[in-house]
Design a protein. Structure first.
Lengths: 291, 186
């Protein structure tokens, strides 16, 4: 009788589930939480860390260490005390001026919103606009550059998107959760190994997202341009238009960042679809035809 | 009209795909498909066109005269260059957008030009540099706190999930590698 192969998808899914459940269970200890909001309004001896959720410190909270939220926001009430730093990575920190913070308040969400929490609060509107323009230009440059350098691979990727359908966001979601688990594992190794590992992880995540955005941009741009132009266009132009549409979605007020997160997850799935394209398949088509 | 129009339309599509894959050859068609070809003028037309195209390619490739080949390629070169330039225009436009953003943030090297910029832009890179150093400080703090508070078993679990996830993503990419993009039935 033939033995069934191990289904890695199920195994990975159950491992992720177990990790989340154990993370939520750990939240009951009052010091850490994973994918579950944590509210503290008492004395805690040591650090408080929250992954993928929000941390709320009430007026009676006294944290004798760092208060850290990775992938979530921190809200500190008036009267709360944190003896060391308040840190929000990929999230924001709402800290009142009169809150008693022993260290610094450090926030990092994305390059586009870097300056909103930095020292130049007085000119945040203008500098934010400049940073948004720089971020938009950066994404456009990276994606059109990828399309210019690897036209055949990106074109095949764009063709694969509709045929693979729902598999792409599903795979993107699983890949995103894997990146998140890797982030926890890397940080758990401590600052010496953790900082370079997280940096490396972020670079891989950025590259995968850039490739995926190029593919999605090509797909969307081709659909948009097809309405007005009926002859073949350079793939870089299709990517330019498509990524402009995605960036317009990103900079929408209120829902923009949430939609951008979803787009990023789909882009992760699309990048894996591009990696999966056989190079033999691409050699069958002339590259110049895709320019 | 042929009996069962909707069914025939699907058959036509399938048979025409098979004809395109086989260069108009009929040898891979079974009995029902051959009978369909006898009664369907559209499919017969496709079969004839594919066969003619196959014959054309058989005669045209490889080119008999390398000198002619070289001349044809030389004549195509300006077209290729023009295409590359047109394809580069969106990249140049993106670079321009990024440069305008950088200039507004304060990323101009020449102090003379910098002096012409509004005051807010000169603060930009200083704030940017501060934020980048803040990022490493924030991650270091997060790593120290995570190492101190998270249960080692939980961290091992996170590591296992990462490894399984990586293997699973690689296997999925390899599995998709074998799927033809224009065929949903594989």
């Amino acid at each position: 009788m033939a033995r069934r192969p191990i289904n890695l998808f199920r195994l990975h899914f159950f491992l992720l589930l177990a990790l989340m459940v154990s993370g939520v269970a750990e939240a009951s200890s009052g010091r850490t939480a994973v994918l579950s909001d944590l509210k503290i309004d008492e004395r805690v001896a040591g650090d408080v860390v929250v992954f993928g959720a929000d941390l709320e410190l009430g007026p009676e909270a006294r944290i004798e260490g760092d208060a850290v939220a990775i992938g979530g926001d921190i809200r500190v009430a008036e009267g709360a005390v944190v003896t060391r730093h308040v840190v929000a990575v990929f999230g924001g920190a709402d800290v009142p001026v009169i809150a008693d913070i022993g260290g610094r308040v450090l926030c990092f969400s994305s390059p586009a919103t870097l300056l909103s929490t930095s020292t130049t609060r007085g000119s945040s509107l203008q500098t934010n606009f400049s940073m948004h323009l720089l971020a938009a230009g950066g994404w456009l440059l990276v994606t059109t550059g990828l399309a210019f350098l690897f036209p055949a691979r990106m074109r095949f990727g764009a063709w694969a998107v509709p045929s693979l359908g729902i598999k792409i966001p599903a795979l993107g979601m699983m890949a995103g959760l894997t990146v998140f688990a890797s982030l926890i594992a890397a940080l758990g190794l401590g600052p010496v190994l953790g900082v370079p590992l997280v940096g490396g992880l972020m670079v891989i995540f950025f590259v995968a997202r850039a490739v995926g955005l190029t593919v999605l941009g090509c797909w969307i741009g081709a659909m948009v341009l097809k309405r007005w132009v009926h002859h073949p266009l350079p793939i870089s132009l299709e990517v330019f238009v498509g990524v402009l549409v995605l960036l317009a979605v990103r900079f929408l007020p209120l829902i923009g960042e949430t939609l951008w997160t979803l787009i990023s997850l789909i882009a992760l799935g699309a990048s894996i679809a591009v990696l999966g394209i056989s190079t033999d398949l691409m050699r069958a088509e002339p590259t110049s035809a895709n320019q | 009209m042929i009996r069962g129009e909707a069914l025939v339309a699907t058959d036509c599509q399938t048979i025409q795909e098979m004809l395109a894959e086989n260069g108009g050859g009929l040898e891979r068609l079974d009995g029902a498909e051959s009978r369909h070809l006898e009664v369907c003028p559209d499919c017969r037309e496709v079969a004839a066109a594919e066969m003619a195209l196959g014959l054309l390619f058989a005669k045209a490739i490889p080119p008999a005269d390398p000198v002619v080949e070289k001349r044809v390629l030389a004549a195509l070169r300006p077209v290729q260059i023009r295409r590359r330039i047109v394809a580069f225009l969106p990249v140049a436009a993106s670079l321009l957008v990024a440069l305008v953003g950088a200039v507004m943030v304060g990323g101009v090297p020449g102090s003379g030009i910098l002096g012409l910029l509004p005051k807010f832009s000169t603060q930009g890179w200083m704030a940017f540099g501060t934020s980048v150093s803040d990022w490493s400080a924030a991650v270091a703090t997060g790593a120290r706190a995570a190492a101190a508070t998270l249960d080692p078993a939980f961290l091992v679990g996170a590591g296992l999930v990462s490894i399984f996830g990586l293997v699973w993503v690689a296997l999925t990419a390899l599995r998709w590698r074998r799927v033809s993009l224009w065929r949903d039935d594989q």
